[in-house]
Design a protein around this ligand. Structure first.
Ligand code: ADE
Length: 500
């Protein structure tokens, strides 16, 4: 790759002689040329600027001087070796094809340009020649960029961020470093490109640590023991989760741009934990809020409950049996009772911005409106009220569930009565987050055991419960609209989950 930088301060670019970029130039990997713009002036004072036509503050760089300089530099001979089409393996040209013209790009650093990103760097790393035209003062006469663009030169007006520098030199240095390090052979260890921020799915890099393991009160062997486990798959998962959390906290704009096709199931759970949901078939994540249910939710919640309950039913149940169960157990009145009962925690998953229309399993799916409820959970404590009554809707505790005592000798069983997610958002990680919340809620209620019953045939649900720590304790018989069903009973000890 040939790199040309034109500036009125060529010495500013001397730093390019240092470090990896300098070594790449010495080794012949980069053909670096720095030019003094004033060499193309023709007057005694070597004038490069003039006052703005139309008035205003500052000075504007002259198009005639820049034109003379860029005509020369853009016509410079290029290194003999054929430039690869891309940093990644370029496809072989078809047999008999004429060699393509080498790609020359004129880059004009300017705060009013398109934002320079890692994608820009990756793209420009495939060019045969990059010419950086570094303006000063109020910038370069706008006709210069327009002229070269109109005459077949690829022109990129690029900004390195929303702030104003005194000239394009510092910006050019930033861009050159970002681009040059992507060229083959420039970096000592090419693996470091693969994992770093802004590559792949567009996540920020996870935090990194080195020895000593314990430093100033921060002990990684207790804070993040997985890093010392030697289990590479778990370490990779942990780091990826950290990268997702960090990106969600620092750069929500990047999360909103993630291509969901690049995410695995673990990524989706990590995103959901951080307030984003990546629906299957959707192109980008959308915001997700997990919050306590409120009175205005009741109708939508009853709707969601009626929509999701049939999904979890075995196929031998009739529509009437399912409908009877819904009418008796999932009515707005029942949900309203739960809202008012302090022994019940009712949680909803809401999409504050809704969901755009998308294709789900190959079928078109309607958009969801702002504030759509897409999941919920209900946790019911087995605590009698002043009259000795248990919460309405609490199922009889199965014999398989044992209730350990707490330190005061008083155990408490809590039922995870419901966890349902809209079928369209299955696999999005919402269920895992609702489950983790439910376990914390049970802990807050003082539970020593959290139990649930789920249909024997519903293996998908059982797997999801196992993943968050539930284990099978036995079975129970469960009535759905007069039909007896066999349920698996699962339990988890919720104590201490809030510190996890
Ligand atoms: N010149 C002055 N400010 C700049 C910026 N933010 N990016 C690129 N070039 C500039």
């Amino acid at each position: 790759m040939r790199l040309d930088v034109v500036s009125i301060f060529p010495d500013y670019l001397r730093v390019l002689e240092l470090s990896l970029i300098g070594r790449a130039a010495t080794d012949g990997l980069l053909d670096l040329h720095v030019h003094d713009l004033r060499d193309w002036t023709r007057d005694r004072h070597r004038t490069v600027d003039d006052t703005p036509i139309g008035g205003g503050a500052g000075m504007v760089m002259k198009p005639d001087v820049w034109g003379a300089a860029l005509d020369d530099v853009l016509a410079a001979p290029l290194p003999a070796a054929p430039a690869p089409g891309n940093v990644k393996d370029a496809p072989a040209p078809p047999p008999g094809a004429r060699p393509a013209e080498p790609r020359r790009v004129l880059v004009i650093p300017t705060p009013s340009g398109d934002l320079f990103t890692q994608r820009t760097a990756e793209d420009l790393a495939g060019a045969a020649q990059l010419v950086f035209a570094c303006g000063r003062y109020e910038g370069i006469d706008a006709r210069v960029a327009e002229y070269y663009a109109a005459h077949g030169v690829e022109v990129r007006e690029a900004s390195i961020g929303d702030y104003v520098l005194n000239g394009g030199e510092a910006a050019a240095l930033v861009m050159i470093e970002a681009i040059a390090r992507l060229r083959p052979g420039v970096l000592g260890n090419p693996d470091s490109i693969v994992e770093e921020s802004h590559t792949g799915a567009g996540l920020l890099e996870y935090p990194v640590y080195t020895r000593p393991v314990a430093w100033r009160g921060r002990d990684l062997s207790t804070e993040q023991p997985v890093l010392l486990s030697g289990d590479h798959a778990r370490i990779a998962r942990h780091r990826r989760d950290q990268a997702i959390t960090r990106t969600a906290v620092r750069r929500p704009d990047l999360v909103a741009g993630i291509d969901t096709a690049l995410l695995d199931a673990g990524d989706r759970v990590a995103l959901a934990r951080n307030g984003w949901v990546a629906p299957a078939g959707g192109s980008h994540p959308v915001p997700l809020v997990i919050r306590p249910a409120r009175e205005p939710d009741l109708d939508a919640l009853a709707d969601l409950a009626a929509r999701t309950f049939p999904d979890a039913c075995p196929s031998f149940l009739t529509a009437d049996q399912v409908a009877a169960h819904i009418a008796a157990n999932l009515s707005p009145q029942r949900l309203a009772t739960w809202l008012e009962d302090p022994r019940v925690v009712l949680t909803v998953a809401e999409l504050p911005d809704g969901l755009p229309a998308l294709t789900c399993d190959g079928a078109a799916a309607e958009p969801l409106p702002r504030g759509a409820l897409v999941g919920y959970s209900a946790v019911l404590a087995e605590l009698p009220d002043a009259d000795g009554a248990l919460p309405v809707g609490l199922d009889p505790r199965p014999r398989a569930v044992t209730v350990p005592d707490d330190a005061d000798g008083a155990g408490l069983a809590v039922e995870l009565s419901k966890v349902y997610v809209d079928a369209r958002l299955r696999g999005s990680g919402i269920a895992a987050v609702l489950l983790a919340e439910a376990i914390c809620d049970a802990d807050t209620l003082g539970a020593t055991v959290l139990w649930l019953g789920t249909n024997d045939a519903n293996r998908r649900a059982q797997k999801a419960y196992r993943r968050v720590g539930f284990r099978r304790a036995g079975t129970r018989t469960y009535d759905v609209g007069g039909q007896q069903c066999r349920d698996v009973v699962m339990v988890v000890d919720p104590r201490g989950s809030q510190q996890a």
